[in-house]
Write a protein that binds this ligand. Structure first.
Ligand SMILES: [Fe+2]
Length: 400
């Protein structure tokens, strides 16, 4: 079996809510695909991350020194460009400038395009079986030689199984405790760094470079990397019907039109609670649809793509990224477009379906060729804006 078959098989057989508490952890030695997470793909992802300012990326991009979050070291690292001739390890030691550190990048799928595509390939059968938005996948990059994970022994979200892809060069030691073992040792706390009390009862596994390790949600755990290593944690989250329903209601409540409607006591609004053509339940159902389209446009990834500044010109040749299906729906006088978790509005008269059909399957097209699909001269500018928006969300690449 290949990595995809092994991992999907493991999750599908242990993923039901009933047996959540009895899922075993599992090590797949040497299962990492040879071409997975190359230095080139890591360098490109880091470069993309660095395009954003630290102010917006602070909660995603964290550097730990001496076991504590260090904003200055994080800022220095973000401001140190990674060179084409250096590995991620060389860049980290140069950029952080101290001998021992940890880098954690949450929501790595926002920037790591080719790695995210590989992950969607590996977990594709699982996503198709469990469905989207019922499932989402978040990527977290861990790098460094920081010893124990800075936040100590902890429990993850109860609906998340974490799959560790150990890239190396060092190994990671994972220690696990059942909730009973953990609480017996350190009492009723949520996390702990009291390793003296905890370690005697730990179940430990060495995850060597090239290994994949599955950690079910019900174990307290901590990772330890004494020698420098890079690991990618793939967090497979299942969203229960209750949670999805709650999220739909939250989206409705946060909708500016809805807030205005409530504030005005329903006066003068186009959509009314007492209008039998459009009930509150329809509004909530619409919010669910919106959430579903956003999730589907991400292909099952958790976070939306980080936006970049578009660079296409009238002379560009472009192609669509086939890993992410662009979704859209008509809203009367505009069309809502959903691209890798980003939403934008395009004019109603734009022939979206025709445009997407034309560019399908990664076909390389010139801008002029795509604009030729316009039925009138005015539409050409709208088509160019539409293509720029797709590039902003990184579902359209320049091919020349
Ligand atoms: Fe964790």
């Amino acid at each position: 079996m290949n990595a995809s078959e092994m991992l999907c098989d493991y999750l599908l057989h242990h993923g039901s809510a009933e047996d959540r508490k009895t899922i075993p952890s599992m090590l797949f030695p040497g299962a990492l695909p040879a071409e997975f997470c190359s230095q080139d793909s890591l360098r490109n992802a880091i470069r993309a991350t660095q395009q954003r300012s630290y102010a917006t990326e602070g909660k995603y991009f964290r550097v730990f020194v001496d076991g504590k979050l260090s904003t200055p070291h994080g800022k220095t690292l973000l401001d140190t460009p990674i060179r084409s001739d250096e590995t991620l390890e060389e860049w980290l030691f140069r950029g952080v400038g101290v001998p021992q550190f940890g880098l954690i990048i949450n929501g790595f799928e926002r920037w790591a395009d080719s790695i995210a595509r590989q992950i969607l390939d590996i977990f594709g059968p699982l996503l198709r079986s469990w469905g989207v938005p019922q499932t989402s996948i978040e990527l977290v990059l861990f790098a460094g030689n920081y010893g124990y994970t800075p936040f100590g022994v902890h429990l993850d979200d109860p609906y998340t199984s974490t799959i560790h892809f150990q890239l190396g060069p060092g190994a990671k030691i994972m220690s696990l405790w059942t909730p009973k073992e953990f609480h017996d040792a350190v009492g009723t706390v949520e996390s702990s760094v009291d390793y003296e009390r905890l370690l005697p009862t730990a179940e430990t596994t060495t995850i060597s470079p090239g290994d994949i390790y599955c950690l079910p949600p019900h174990y307290f755990h901590v990772g330890c990397t004494k020698e420098f290593s890079i690991g990618l944690a793939v967090c497979v989250c299942r969203h229960t019907p209750d949670l999805l329903r709650k999220r739909s209601i939250d989206i409705t409540m946060a909708n500016p039109d809805f807030i205005k409607f409530v504030k005005n006591g329903g006066q003068g609004q186009p959509i009314g609670l007492f209008n039998t053509d459009y009930l509150l339940s329809d509004w909530i159902r619409d919010s669910y649809k919106e959430m579903e389209l956003l999730a589907l446009s991400k292909g099952g990834l958790h976070d939306a793509a980080g936006r970049i500044t578009p660079t296409i010109t009238c002379d560009s040749a472009v192609k669509l990224d086939d890993a992410f299906e662009i979704k859209f729906r008509n809203n009367g006088d505009t069309i809502q477009l959903y691209a890798r978790g980003n939403r934008f509005t395009v004019p109603y008269d734009l022939p979206i379906e025709e445009l997407l059909q034309y560019m399908k399957h990664g076909r390389i097209c010139s801008i002029v060729e795509i604009q030729a699909l316009a039925s009138e001269e005015l539409q050409k500018a709208a088509i160019f804006d539409f293509l720029r928006s797709l590039e902003t969300c990184r579902v359209l690449q320049i091919a020349n």
